[in-house]
Design a binder for this molecule. Sequence first.
Ligand SMILES: [Zn+2]
Length: 322
Amino acid sequence: MAHTSLVFRARAALGQLRSLPARLRHGLTHAQGTTAPPPLNVTILASHAEYLRHRERTQSRARARDAAERALLDARDSFRVDGFCYPCGAPSAFEVDYRYGSESEGVRIPNWRETLICECCGLNNRLRASVELFDRFCRAQRTDRIYITEQTTPMYRWLVDRYAQVTGSEYLGDRIPFGAVNAQGVRNESLTQLSFPDATFDRMISFDVLEHIPDVAKALRECHRCLKPGGHLLLSVPFVVSAEHTLVRARVSANGEVEHLLPPEYHGDPLSSDGCLCFYHFGWDLLEQLRASGFGEARVLLYWSRELGYLGGEQLQIFATK
Ligand SMILES: [Zn+2]
């Protein structure tokens, strides 16, 4: 299937983005903007083969984007990039630092995906884009039932402020039963054995969780089971866009022990300072896994925007429909 390119024309962000009390709770003062967001061009691809053709066609654009990003770099340990924050619906400044960054030809490169934190809403590059992609692709109604695999985060609060029926959870292990809520009001769920009845949710969202679950297929089947027919799933995961196949970094042996195939990589965990082991860097076969789990449609959404602060080469998230 040929790739589809959608140019999203600017439209009234103000009408879509109702009150943002989360910002006020964070002590933020500047008023909601009245400016329409810059258009975002999203390329929708269904396979690694489509990606290779896309990459071939867009080589010069990729070089120009790389140059634009390098022109923003600053020798200081942190700096700001001006842009338009989609969740805030207003121009803002995005804070950049070099934590978890890399080096290329002697030049420090930030981990663009996890930085570019809006000084107003506190969401980074990836999460600001998640909000925009959720709006544009999931098209949720205010009363839709929405599940997100996080609850102690700004992203959860952003959804609760905007939608009437949002369920969030964290993985609390065996401290309390799955489906139960702890003294702090945090619900315990495991993506491989969700406590919800079949076809509970209109929309499901999971950001950077799947790579921490050894049995990905089981987790995807659970997402499919809990979605209503026609429901949408929006995912972000570490994804190597050039890789046809998923890189397995660690696995769990038959006796339940973790076996490291590559040096262990731990990601930040909002509920633990230990971090969370990353089992996978996904490749395009994740789309096949989604289809095998029952999703009728699974696509990668590729995007980049200097104005919106979606930097780091072409960024991507995954969108599937039951
Ligand atoms: Zn913002």
